[in-house]
Design a protein around this ligand. Structure first.
Ligand code: PGA
Length: 250
């Protein structure tokens, strides 16, 4: 039985004051015995704030990015070892904003996944097609290729240590969610791909959907057999909405 997972990606939003308010709202609304695990991803500057605030709550915190390098003269970078050292448990890797706005290649993303695994954390590997790719009928090929590059780098054994997030680029921040059927098709495809790589991992791997998930569409999405939770952007910045999505997942 896969446990549901709801991850809030706060992107480059917030201040100490705003995030303290958001965190206290999330803590107040969180029921520890719920069926879903909750994780929040603040910007690097606020990881310690989140870590301090969430101690002992059962809510985890995570990073939105990581360096592909192990250590050294890489001004501005944060290594996987550093994140693990301060208690980070998950790291988002390959978000479409990193791919598109910062020109991250599949190979760099694969390197990052390797670093996160080597440091003992869980990579949340994002894959997803653009609208142009969907319209041309290549959505499944795109996500398969994105996954294949990472698998070639980390090896088939390691796949059971990943969380996958299917995030169609056209649904991120646009208010336009993939329909439950569209999302399920890709999730089932990804699970079948995982089964082809490592049959034991396919039943256990959590595959999250991301792209304009809100309290009012979460139920239909989570009702699909291969959707195990969500990677939530905008709605995770509103405590009540994030908690509501977590409750639907649980
Ligand atoms: P959104 O973002 O929920 O605001 O569409 C999702 C994401 O970028 O992970």
């Amino acid at each position: 039985m896969r446990r549901s997972l709801v991850i809030g990606n706060w992107k480059m939003h917030g201040s100490c004051e705003q995030l303290n308010t958001l965190l206290s709202g999330i803590k107040t609304g969180f029921a520890d015995n719920a069926g879903a695990d909750l994780v929040v991803c603040p910007a690097f500057a606020y990881l310690t704030l989140a870590s301090d605030s969430l101690k002992g709550t059962g809510i985890a915190w995570a990073a939105q990015n990581v360096s592909e390098h192990e250590m050294g003269a890489y001004t501005g970078e944060v290594s996987a070892e550093m994140l693990a050292d301060v208690g980070c448990s998950y790291v988002i890797v390959g978000h479409s904003e990193r791919r598109a706005l910062f020109a991250e290649s599949d190979q760099q993303i694969a390197n990052k996944v390797g670093r996160v695994l080597a440091a003992g954390m869980v990579p949340v590997l994002c894959v997803g097609e653009t609208l142009e790719q969907r319209d041309s009928g290549s959505a499944l090929d795109v996500v398969a290729d994105q996954l294949a590059v990472v698998m070639a780098a980390i090896g088939s054994e390691a796949i059971d240590q990943l969380v996958l997030a299917y995030e169609p680029v056209w649904a991120i921040g646009t208010g336009r969610t993939a329909s439950p059927e569209q999302a399920q098709e890709v999730h089932a495809f990804l699970r079948a791909k995982v089964a082809g790589i490592n049959p034991d991992a396919a039943e256990n791997i959590q595959i999250l959907y991301g792209g304009s998930v809100k309290p009012d569409n979460a139920g239909e999405l989570f009702g699909q057999p291969d959707i195990d939770g969500a990677l939530v952007g905008g709605a995770s910045l509103v405590a009540d909405d994030f908690i509501a999505i977590g409750k639907v997942a649980g």
